[in-house]
Design a protein around this ligand. Sequence first.
Ligand SMILES: Cc1cc2nc3c(=O)[nH]c(=O)nc-3n(C[C@H](O)[C@H](O)[C@H](O)COP(=O)(O)OP(=O)(O)OC[C@H]3O[C@@H](n4cnc5c(N)ncnc54)[C@H](O)[C@@H]3O)c2cc1C
Length: 393
Amino acid sequence: MSNTIRCDVLVVGGGHAGLMLGAALAHMGFAVRLIERQPLAAIEAAPADGRSLALLAGSVRIAKELGVWPKIAAHTAEIERVEVVDVEGGGRVRYDSRSHGKGPFGVGIEHGRLRKGLLGAFLAEAGHDAWLAGEVAELRREAGVIAARLTDGRTVAAPLVVGADGRGSRVRELARIGVDRWTYGQHALTFVLRHDRPHHGAVHEWLRRGGPLATLPLPGRRTGITWVEPSAEALRLLALEPGEILALFTERSGGVLGRVEIESGPSAYPLGAQHAHRYVAPRLALVGDAAHGVHPIHAQGFNMGVADIGALAEALQAARARGLDLGSGETLLPYARRRRADNMQRLWLTDGLIRVFTNDLPPLKAARSLALGAIERVAPLKRLAVRHGMQTG
Ligand SMILES: Cc1cc2nc3c(=O)[nH]c(=O)nc-3n(C[C@H](O)[C@H](O)[C@H](O)COP(=O)(O)OP(=O)(O)OC[C@H]3O[C@@H](n4cnc5c(N)ncnc54)[C@H](O)[C@@H]3O)c2cc1C
């Protein structure tokens, strides 16, 4: 192993999760390397693709603690109000950050802006040499380390490898960790709008039979749209002229944003959920979509990943302070226990919500409008919903 690159933690995958974890660990003084199969220049030059995501207040707190917030803050818009409407059942619930006194519910940010911000944070903290362009071909455990061989023949060895390589994780596969997965027969159509009315930091979500339609505030008079439909309908919408999509959006959103035009997108994503059977193996851990993937209805996906990253970074810092091996069960098992339980709960919550709100059975329709009505009227219930919605982990 004479030409082997050595480090404390090897991260595989340079999406949101891998970049945030890599930046955070480098910030804490760990020697980090990150393997990503997409070329750096392609990520830096990627045009906006119409995707946006909500980072909940709990994730913003973790991003601040981990030192990555300054690189993304300028691209975020605060979420001050949330309004959820059950279009067919008639229920409605409104949350306003001023009435619970704990600050914004979170922020909206474009997918590409977040990735470029996190990439900047990673390169500033870990240095350009820490970026290894390539793909992992093999993982082998040797005395005290796990060695990853890249497809170009290079080898990297570390006490711990972290799979942050997304839903189709090669690290998970090489570790022989199984995964349960299912699909919803839906696609999400995403685009970013420019509009003439201010959004006032409001998220609107219309829960419809075909799937939710949601707006997310972005900086300026700009809003991200996630519009879920059964796959055939979503692909039909994708093929429409921009003016036709905008007319349908304006009709379904009641014109809340005024005159609208498309800034980026639309693009479409098939929706499914999945959960890895385990999050850790000897000298190996999974974070983000490599560990779990959920329906976007409750904006949980990457927020669950941020909570994984916060928990793993904390576990590694504590292990270093106690002189423990970073890849040992003593270091990794508490991380897995803590995160699997929370993620499982969120996975079933989003799965249940999507099934209840896309179902036309009269008792379910009645139950869901009663539930929304109760949340709206009963203050402790509303506080509970706010707390759960804002927290990550
Ligand atoms: C329509 C839609 C709306 C969403 N809205 C929200 C939201 O509001 N809030 C929220 O929190 N989440 C949301 N999400 C989910 C969120 O986008 C994902 O959870 C998040 O982007 C996953 O990041 P990741 O880094 O874990 O995985 P990925 O983004 O998949 O990154 C994996 C990376 O690993 C690399 N890679 C893969 N295999 C290899 C290999 N063998 N070797 C080297 N590199 C490899 C890939 O190139 C990629 O860069 C939404 C998702 C969708 C589809």
